[in-house]
Design a protein around this ligand. Structure first.
Ligand code: 6CS
Ligand code: FE
Length: 310
C-alpha cells in the first residue's frame, strides 16, 4: 500500500511531560513550556520585585505573614482535626511509615471551617491569582504534622510530576501556599527547595504501581528524580531552606523540586497547605497511571467533598 492511500488520523497531541518511563531518558530534563508568573496585570499585594523573585526561583517566602493570634486559632483547629477519633484510619489521614503518629491530614478545607476560611482569604487568593493569572480552585489541601522525633522526611520531588502522572493535571498552572504553624528551624526538618528547578521538567523512571498513593504519601520512591539528575540540578542551582517564625508563608510553584529531612527535635513541625490550580487547568485522566487517585487528593472545581467520600 502506498503512503498516499493511508488515511491520515487527526494528530494525537503528544504528552509534553512524559514521565514514569521504563528507562532513564537520553536527556535528564526538558524545559518547561508555561510561564511561571501569569498575572502581573492583576491587582494584589505582591510587588513586581516579589513576582520577579517567584519567577526566577520558583518560590517566595514571606516571614510573619499571619500574626500570632491567627496562628494560635489555626493551631487549635489543627489539634481539633488531629484529635478526631473518627478521622483516624480514614483514607485521608496518613500515618508515619513506622509508627501510628499522624503524618498528614488531607482535605482540611472541607473538614474545618478555619481552613475553609483561610483557603478563601483574599490575602492568599489575590497572591495566587497574581501568579496564576486567572480564576482558581483548591486542588488539594493538607496539614503536615511532622511529630517530634517520629516525623519522617519527604524525598525530593516535583508535585506537578505526581499530579500530572497520577491525577491528570495538564499543565503547570498551579501554586502551593504553605503556612507554617510552628517555628521552622534548621533542625526540625524544614522544607528545602531547589531554586530555579521549576524551569525544568524531570521525567521519572518506573511505572506507577496500583494504589500508589498508599505508599507514596508515607515514603515516596516512584516519581522521584534519579540521584544523578538531582546532583546535577543541585550543583547548578543549590538548595535553600527558608526558616522563620510560625505564621510565615511559603508560596511555591507546582514544579519546584522540594523535600525535607526528618524532624529530630522533640516538638512537631507543622504546616497547612493549599494547592491552588487554575480553573482552565482542571484534571482529567491521569497521564501515567491506570486510575485517577481518590478525590481527597485531587478535588474538582465547584464540587464539595465530605469525610465519607473517597
Ligand atoms: O502526592 C501528592 O499529591 C502529595 N505528595 C507530596 C509528597 N507532595 C505534594 C502532594 O501533597
Ligand atoms: Fe510536595
Amino acid at each position: 500500500m502506498s503512503a498516499q492511500n493511508l488515511t491520515c488520523p487527526a494528530p494525537i497531541q503528544a504528552d509534553p511531560y512524559p514521565t514514569r518511563l521504563h528507562q532513564q531518558p537520553e536527556h535528564p530534563w526538558h524545559e518547561r513550556r508555561e510561564n511561571t508568573v501569569k498575572g502581573r496585570h492583576l491587582p494584589g499585594p505582591l510587588t513586581e520585585q516579589q513576582l520577579d523573585h517567584f519567577e526566577e526561583n520558583g518560590f517566595l517566602f514571606e516571614p510573619g505573614f499571619l500574626p500570632p493570634e491567627e496562628v494560635a486559632s489555626l493551631t487549635e483547629a489543627m489539634s481539633e482535626l488531629l484529635n478526631r477519633e473518627d478521622y483516624r484510619g480514614k483514607p485521608f489521614t496518613i500515618t508515619e511509615p513506622d509508627s501510628h503518629e499522624i503524618r498528614s491530614v488531607f482535605a482540611v478545607h472541607f473538614l474545618h471551617r478555619a481552613f475553609q476560611h483561610l483557603a478563601r482569604d483574599p490575602r492568599l487568593t489575590q497572591r495566587v491569582e497574581q501568579i496564576l493569572g486567572g480564576g482558581h480552585y483548591v486542588h488539594q489541601s493538607r496539614i503536615n504534622y511532622k511529630p517530634g522525633f517520629k516525623g519522617k522526611g519527604f524525598n525530593w520531588h516535583s508535585d506537578f510530576e505526581t499530579w500530572h502522572a497520577e491525577d491528570g493535571m495538564p499543565a503547570m498552572h498551579a501554586v502551593s501556599a504553605s503556612i507554617i504553624l510552628t517555628d521552622n528551624h534548621s533542625f526540625n526538618g524544614p522544607l528545602m527547595l531547589i531554586p530555579g528547578s521549576h524551569k525544568h521538567f524531570i521525567p521519572c523512571v518506573g511505572p506507577t504501581p496500583d494504589e500508589h498513593h498508599k505508599q507514596s504519601l508515607k515514603t515516596q520512591q516512584i516519581g522521584v528524580p534519579s540521584e544523578q539528575t538531582l546532583a546535577a540540578m543541585i550543583s547548578r542551582h543549590g538548595i535553600d531552606a527558608p526558616t522563620g517564625p510560625a505564621g510565615s508563608l511559603l508560596l511555591f510553584d507546582c514544579n519546584t523540586l522540594h523535600g525535607s529531612n526528618a524532624n529530630m527535635s522533640p516538638d512537631p513541625r507543622s504546616n497547612v497547605f493549599f494547592v491552588f490550580n487554575r480553573r482552565d487547568n482542571a484534571c482529567h485522566k491521569p497521564y501515567a497511571a491506570k486510575k485517577r487517585r481518590p478525590r481527597f487528593l485531587g478535588h474538582e472545581p465547584d464540587r464539595l467533598w465530605q469525610a465519607d467520600d473517597s
